[in-house]
Design a protein. Structure first.
Length: 523
């Protein structure tokens, strides 16, 4: 059963661990998707800006000091089978006048033998070729595409990109990103992937690791080391070498919040299993204890009845003895023994009946105004004979001035007799018992002290339990059913009082009772 419980709890822990790992992976994946969406949006915004400004307008694109009006390209299949020519129509000032210049004055040629590597050259034919501008680029093409038109379209797009980047080489990353709108753009992208938590961001120069933009300068080092980074403008031919980095300070709470209901249900289920298991163990142990108590009770009650029955049998046999039947004094002696033992058995029967009522909590308290000192004095006189038989002493110290209380005399007397009985039973030699009262805090305090064997802390914790006795089982050197102190506790609590025990092994026991009293004016 224990192994099954451990196995179920282990499976629950493993399940929760896997759920957390999956959520962490999902969180990281969604962040990655959001970052790429941010980059795509930034590139789209830049493209829209370029279109609105007119990339191919006459005054916006320049190569050197040449203003480009028109770009045309063609594939020269006769003379340059692998070369792509782009003719540029430009406007130049010659002697202060505007003149149209064809590609014979200024040319841009994209050429190369390797279909995946092209060289772009800007030059003027009449100038020294060494002064021409050379730019090497990588062109990724599909080898299966052989149609010239598609190649022309690809080269045209690349050319436009190169011309723009060349013309914009002095533009910084801050000019390309709207710093004011960037936080909102990031938040919108994260929200689209259900990431609704606080974040910090930074734009980092990937070469120098310097922070270009940052939402919180105190987190710069954490932002540089963050695992959530993406290249900005990855489609640039001349790479910008800048990255956008995100940091989520509250990511732990966000991840666990997303699986909070799962964790709660799992915890409730696990606790329910543990509770059920614990309950089962508790009832098994309780049943075992009940069986042990029943066995002890049967043994004890057997001993309690066996002795008086045997004594009565011996007394009856003695009376019938011819030597005694004619002696009236001897007959009276044996009949008194029979009477005493009969009284003792009757007392045990009453105790058993009391036990039945006690178990059902059906004790009726008939509280009346009584003087506690008088009741204690009466109890002391009755118990004095038993103490004298063992050559013991009883000290009475009833100093309470106000001893008037609402109590049930019968039950209260029985409780005091139980305490006296315990003091006598657990005294090894001559019992030395003290009983006293005093007033304190508008209450009456009663104590019964003995010099018996005392109790250890473990025994003190159990003395108020029904059927508990310091010595149980077949070892019957202490008589009784183990009901004494549990009965006393119930009676005192029924009178709105409380009981406390002070005891050490071999140092005797003091039982303190505290009861409410009536004011002297309330008589």
């Amino acid at each position: 059963m224990s192994i099954s419980l451990i196995g179920i709890i282990g499976v629950q822990i493993l399940w929760i661990k896997n759920a957390i790992e999956i959520q962490e992976q999902t969180f990281a994946s969604n962040i990655n998707k959001a970052l790429h969406k941010i980059v795509t949006n930034l590139e789209k915004e830049e493209s829209v800006f370029l279109i609105s400004e007119g990339l191919n307008s006459a005054t916006d694109v320049k190569v050197g000091n040449i203003e480009i009006h028109e770009i045309k390209q063609f594939l020269d299949e006769k003379n340059h089978k692998n070369d792509h020519h782009i003719h540029i129509k430009t406007t130049r000032k010659i002697n202060g006048k505007q003149n149209n210049v064809t590609s014979s004055d200024t040319q841009l040629i994209v050429s190369g033998k390797n279909p995946k590597s092209k060289s772009i050259k800007f030059w003027q034919p009449k100038t020294n070729l060494d002064s021409s501008l050379n730019i090497d680029i990588q062109v990724t093409t599909n080898d299966t595409i052989i149609r010239a038109r598609k190649k022309e379209e690809q080269i045209e797009n690349i050319f436009e990109k190169v011309v723009y980047e060349f013309n914009s080489k002095d533009i910084t990353i801050k000019d390309r990103i709207n710093e004011k709108d960037l936080p909102n753009d990031i938040r919108e992208s994260l929200t689209s992937f259900d990431i609704n938590t606080e974040f910090d961001y930074a734009v980092i120069d990937d070469k120098t690791k310097n922070i270009v933009l940052s939402s919180d300068s105190s987190l710069n080092s954490e932002l540089v080391a963050s695992n959530h980074q993406v290249n900005l403008f990855p489609n640039d031919i001349f790479l910008s070498n800048h990255k956008l980095s995100l940091l989520f300070p509250d990511s732990f709470n966000f991840i666990y919040k997303s699986i909070f209901s799962l964790l709660i249900l799992s915890a409730i289920f696990t606790l329910f299993i543990i509770f059920t298991f614990g309950n089962a163990i508790f009832f098994i142990l309780k049943q075992k204890r009940i069986n042990d108590i029943k066995s002890d009770f049967i043994n004890n009650i057997t001993h309690e009845f066996k002795t008086p029955i045997a004594t009565i049998a011996l007394a009856s046999d003695s009376i019938n003895n011819p030597k005694i039947i004619g002696d009236p004094d001897r007959i009276r002696y044996f009949t008194s023994i029979i009477k005493d033992e009969n009284f003792r058995m009757n007392k045990q029967v009453e105790n058993i009946l009391q036990l039945s009522l006690f178990g059902k909590h059906e004790l009726d308290i008939n509280a009346q105004t009584n003087h506690i000192n008088e009741i204690l004095q009466k109890a002391a006189e009755h118990i004095q004979l038993q103490i004298d038989e063992k050559n013991g002493t009883l000290k009475i110290d009833l100093k309470a001035i106000n001893d008037i209380a609402e109590i049930d005399e019968v039950h209260f007397l029985n409780a005091i007799f139980n305490l006296f009985d315990n003091s006598i039973k657990y005294s090894i030699e001559k019992p030395e018992i003290e009983i006293g009262t005093k007033n304190q805090d508008h209450k009456i305090h009663i104590w019964i002290k003995d010099s018996g064997i005392g109790m250890n802390p473990q025994t003190k914790k159990k003395v108020f339990k029904k059927f508990f006795r310091a010595e149980t089982g077949n070892i019957h050197n202490v008589k009784g059913f183990g009901l004494g102190l549990s009965y006393v506790k119930l009676i005192i609590e029924k009178h709105n009082g409380y009981i406390d025990i002070i005891s050490k092994p071999n140092d005797g026991t003091t039982v303190n009772l505290t009861l409410p009293i009536k004011s002297l004016n309330e008589k």
